[in-house]
Write a protein that binds this ligand. Structure first.
Ligand code: UT7
Length: 331
């Protein structure tokens, strides 16, 4: 009997309707379409405009899309992990609400919060549950409503982020498909360079924190950029060497969409042709925990059973890592 590995067997996705283009941003802050496109690769992003809706709304829609596409009975789901940096609220996990709303009445759930690496870490957690043999269907939803923590008068951050969600189902596989290896890292030295300073236990919300705009994302972009470029490439290289993978063995690089220049630099370091690099940053911007599942959803029709994928992410914390997986199905 083969070893159990955790294979992705289904994907779903959701992005809100409102399209925030670079041209609209030109009317909001001192920026240009040309600057944004050349510095980041982003042309537009989706923003959730409906009142009284949070990250759970995005996650529920992505999960329901997966359920509709596959006919999955939500009662069979054992665990729902919502990977996010923007949970609906503190204390009550978003995942638990999402599980109930999608009819996953036999599942338990929790949120996994690790900035832009949340989805990667959650995929690692899911693989552990599946490989244990105790769980058969683990739903990982990467979902973020970044617009809830962006200052739309700050040109350094408002041009980057968007809202969206992607859901993937992990199931046991004994034929060699699914997650093969992973290399996950973190370094608390990064905390000062990318954060939402207030609203947590360290500095709870107050009139002062609101006046000082401390509930918005602060980023020292240049420092984060430098760390991202070297570390994302390092973990990909390490994983490839450890698994004796040449660049010609890799079918797809599925990299977190934070900046096209970071993705290109990673692809160059591992000598991967442009055609093998999944890219959709131009349409969604940086959706934090949703970038990787949104890529898998957009490229689902092009993926072939047996394709070798390298997933990679870098984000706040700092957190980063890569996962090597064999794709398990043809659509
Ligand atoms: O997903 C989580 C991880 N995050 C990342 O990986 C993000 C990493 N960082 C980046 O992607 C880039 O650093 C940014 C896209 C955020 C910024 O690009 P940059 O090339 O690093 O620009 P910069 O911050 O060094 O700014 C260069 C200049 C500055 O002007 P001065 O000081 O040289 O006169 C900025 O004020 O560009 C200016 N600038 C802008 N100009 C027009 C900054 N933002 C804008 C803007 N439009 N939106």
């Amino acid at each position: 009997m083969g070893k159990i590995s955790a294979a992705i067997t289904a994907i779903g996705a959701y992005v809100p309707d409102f399209v925030l283009t670079n041209n609209i941003l030109e009317t909001m802050v001192d920026t240009t379409d040309e600057w944004i496109t050349t510095r980041t690769g982003i042309k537009e992003r989706r923003i959730l405009k409906e009142k009284n809706k949070g990250t759970s709304f995005l996650a529920i829609n992505a999960a329901n899309n997966l359920i509709q596409k596959t006919g999955l009975d939500p009662k069979e789901i054992d665990l729902v992990i919502v990977a996010t940096a923007t949970p609906d609220m503190q204390a009550a996990p978003t995942s638990v609400f999402v599980a109930s709303k999608i009819g996953a009445s036999n599942a338990f759930g929790y949120d996994l919060i690790a900035a832009c690496s949340s989805f990667l870490y959650a995929a690692s957690a899911a693989s552990g549950y599946i490989e244990s043999g105790k769980y058969k269907k683990v739903l990982v939803i990467g979902a973020d409503m970044n617009s809830s923590m962006i200052d739309y008068t700050d040109r350094k951050t408002c041009i980057i982020f968007g809202d969206g969600a992607g859901a993937v189902l992990f199931e046991p596989n004994k034929e060699g498909f699914g997650i093969q290896d992973e290399y996950l890292r973190s370094d608390g030295a990064g905390r000062e360079f990318l954060q939402v300073p207030a609203g947590g236990s360290l500095e709870p919300a107050s009139e002062k924190t609101i006046k000082e705009k401390k509930h918005f994302v602060y980023q020292d972009g240049k420092t984060v950029f430098k760390w991202a470029v070297s570390n994302m490439a390092d973990v990909c290289e390490k994983l490839m060497n450890r698994n004796n993978l040449a660049n010609s063995d890799i079918d797809w690089l599925v990299a977190h969409q934070a900046n096209k220049r970071i993705i290109d630099a990673t692809a160059n370091r591992i000598k991967l042709e442009k055609e093998k690099v999944m890219m959709n940053i131009e349409r969604y911007g940086n959706t934090t925990s949703a970038t990787i599942p949104l890529l898998l959803n957009d490229y689902e029709d092009q993926l072939r059973k047996g394709d070798k994928l390298i997933l990679a992410a870098f984000g706040g914390g700092f957190t980063w890592g890569s996962i090597y997986l064999n794709w398990a199905y043809n659509n």
